[in-house]
Design a protein. Sequence first.
Lengths: 276, 221
Amino acid sequence: MGPNRRYVRYVAPVMAAALVLSLAACGSSTSGTGSSQSTLDQIISRGTIRVGTILSLPPFGMKDASGNPQGFDVDIANDIAQALSVKLEVVDTTAADRIPNLTTSKVDLIVADFTRTAERAKSISFTDPYIAAGYNLLVKKGSGINGVADLTGKTVAVPKGTTEDVAITAANPQAKIARFDTTAACILAVKQGQADAMVEDSNVLLYQAKLDPTLEVSKESVLPVEYNGFGLRRGDPDWQSWLNLFLFNEITSGRETQLYEKWFGQAPLFPLNPQY
Amino acid sequence: MLFDWSSVTRYLDLIEQGLFLTIQISVVAFSGAFALGLVGALARRSRLLPLRLIAATYVEVLRNTPCMLQIFVVYFALPSFGLKFDNVVAGEIALALNVGAYMTEVFRAGIQSISSGQIEAAASLGLSGTQIFRHVVFPQAIQNIYPPLINMVTITILGSSLLTAIAVPELLGSALVIQSRTFRTIEIFAVVTGIYFVLTFGTSTLMNLLGRRLFPARARL
């Protein structure tokens, strides 16, 4: 009788208050995961946007001499941050980690030469395209490899978790596939003769062939043209429509072409023409 | 939270291939490390200064640089000097060299721990240096270092997972490929963690039991 009364009088109200306070705190938490607020609002209230980019994929993403991120994707991310009036935080990722980083809310957006595929769209959402790419082979000069058929019995390096990884396996089952973690490792493998060829976005290969005269890009495109967009979490229509509007402006104003020429040294290989 | 275990069962053959490759790499690399360790330990205790210097340099360099860096050097850098290995062989070499450096120190400790009384007694019985080593020192040294030896085997098996960085399709590499295709992180990583645990724990348990068979006196201590 005694302990019961003491409990009801003093302990229970304190516990009830604690419970109510913690529920209130949960409701107003701005952590983002599980909250029904759009990512767009979260970014604006936080004042920072976290963008996942592959910093081992020159010239889309790379590090300058002081280790700061730079590249085509980084410039686009900067334009997004400016349009939102927030600060940009670039998060380095690998091709295979793009989706996990997004689904675990480590980043708000993926701007990383991300190809739109139906398989990926089951887990995340894509915006409209921001760049289009063919896929060519990077080989040593004079290797005689011009297309997918020449890869029979040869070693092809691809980065893990990319569309070329899946596509090359299907395109030539007689080729030996070597799956590396980064594009840079694939290129090094070709340079050192550990692989006979590597497959990558034709935009990237243009840049690489310019840097190293011992390498050349095959004439034949090995895979159909792919359209790359931004990646974002599913179920966020506000964020998606803002990004699509941003992209429309970016492309029609000529800014996207300007950035492309800055990083790839020529007009876009596959120009985009958004219409409404 | 819905788990889609079919994402793993669809790729069972890939996991199986990865497992066999992991086992193959571990066996080859550890055999190499064992041989290197023995030779290295003898070289370090040799009367000849050049041998001692070479062995000491080998041990210190390989123990004080990251294993993954060594793997990259063997696979990516050596071709510039004309030594080109395919990725599995390069990985086995790098792993054998790395674990061999640690094995050198393990063997050295084991050999040094044999009391000089044993060696003097053997010498007074008329045994030659080689015979002393083969019949007196080595068997006792192996008994002494058996627990750290099992440890090194574990390190080799788990170290084989580093080879995914040079595109070797061993167990972890296969798991990462499956994860990148299905985007199902938890399921595939749970399965592969379980496989690694069973493989490594099973191996060390078997080796412990084997040790009790081979060295009965030690077991009773």
